[in-house]
Design a protein around this ligand. Structure first.
Ligand code: PLP
Length: 388
């Protein structure tokens, strides 16, 4: 992915920083749009994956909507000129202030996650003399077969309304004066690479749709959430998520009524591969079975490995990859400077012989990277640069 010219440029910039290849972003968006349009599917971008203005402006230019999980994300979407009718708002804990902000901006839909939330949105909408468009986020009890911290569609998870609550919900909706039910919403988890998982989701959604039809409730929108995974192991040879198979699967297995619109909320699959965390080697330190490469970036810049044992491909940009043909690879534990043992990017990572001052790339970090950065240990907030 990185040619020598790019590497030379990256070497001249103070580390650590995120480097975003906007050409890769555009290619990804183009693919996602082309494949989804084949079936008239509507795509929203899950802002929480990356909220940089440069990236949001490009995403917006592809006529992609916004999926928000906080009031400030709704605000950000509004500021970045996403149309209010393209903004959806999910989350188990929407505060009154956040709901009011979204009501004031007439967003397309609140994806509601509990009975009490429905009651509160109704009350706040009455105060404003507005009708809130809502979708029920239903927990379909489908296993996403991904890391337990990013599974969201099981009954034991906090997300969504459980199937056994549907009677109570529909009874409530008969009494709420200022809610308009416009559809159903599902989101079962993240980094889903086995597309069969989505087939299970489609089958569940079909059953749930039948339930609503039997209760004479019309649904204009079916939102199947996001979660499509990317290839963290081969960011160069398999750069784009399998959008073609993904959208085709929903077209094949989801029973869409003639009047219905189908919505998707993709985060990771749109922005992960365009980002790389660039860091510098501060020290090489002898360990018991391997040596440590100590970087100037840590869990404060990239939390995913510490939080979910996530894998990111690690490359030494200063040593020619060809040198490894002449000299053997060495195994290193690649760690950050933070005072936590979880601050480790990889154990026994194969790298060419690595030296103090070498530039290290942590690949596929465009999603859930910069947005999760923190100032723990009173660290500076990580910077970002963009290629055009
Ligand atoms: C996080 C999230 C998404 C996006 O998930 P990805 O795995 O990044 O595609 C979509 N919808 C909701 C409700 C979310 O919380």
């Amino acid at each position: 992915m990185f040619n020598q010219e790019t590497i030379n440029k990256l070497k001249s910039i103070p580390t650590p920083f995120y480097y975003y290849d906007l050409e890769v972003l555009k290619q990804t968006l183009h693919l996602a749009k082309t494949e989804s349009e084949k079936y008239n599917f509507i795509v929203h971008y899950a802002l929480k994956a990356n909220v940089s203005n440069e990236i949001l402006n490009i995403i917006k230019s592809y006529n992609i909507g916004a999926d928000c999980v906080s009031g400030n994300e709704v605000k950000k979407a509004v500021e970045c000129n996403f149309n209010s009718e393209d903004i959806v708002f999910a989350g188990v804990g929407k505060s009154d202030e956040e709901i009011n902000y979204a009501l004031d901006h007439n967003i397309f839909c609140f994806n509601c996650e509990s009975i009490q939330e429905l009651e509160v949105i109704n009350e706040l909408a009455i105060t404003k003399n507005k009708i809130a468009s809502i979708a029920l986020r239903i927990n379909p009890n489908v296993n996403a077969n991904t890391h337990k911290y990013i599974t969201t569609g099981l009954e034991e998870n906090k997300f969504g309304i459980n199937l056994w609550e549907l009677d109570a919900v529909t009874n409530l909706l008969k009494t709420t004066t200022n809610l308009k039910l416009i559809g159903l919403h599902f989101h079962i988890g993240s980094q889903i690479t086995d597309l069969n998982t989505y087939k299970s989701l489609c089958i569940k959604v079909n059953e749930i749709q039948n339930w609503f039809e039997h209760h004479n409730i019309k649904l204009e929108n079916i939102n199947v959430g996001g979660g499509l995974g990317v290839d963290y192991h081969q960011p160069d040879t398999n750069r784009y998520a399998n959008f073609a198979s993904y959208f085709k699967l929903f077209n094949n297995f989801l029973e869409v009524r003639p009047h219905q619109k189908v919505h998707f909320e993709l985060g990771r699959a749109l922005v992960a591969q365009c980002g790389t965390l660039i860091s510098k080697v501060l020290y090489i330190k002898k360990g018991v079975s391997t040596n440590f490469v100590i970087l100037d970036a840590g869990m404060t810049e990239l939390l995913r490995p510490a939080l979910y044992q996530a894998y990111h491909k690690i490359e030494n940009l200063s040593q020619s990859p060809h040198s490894s043909l002449l000299s053997p690879f060495y195994k290193y534990d690649v760690v950050g400077p933070i005072c936590e043992s979880a601050d480790c990017f990889g154990k026994a990572v194969n790298l060419p012989e690595t030296f103090r001052g070498d530039i290290i790339a942590l690949r596929t970090t465009g999603a859930y990277g910069e947005v999760m950065s923190s100032a723990y240990n009173l660290r500076d907030r990580v910077k970002a640069i963009y290629s055009y």
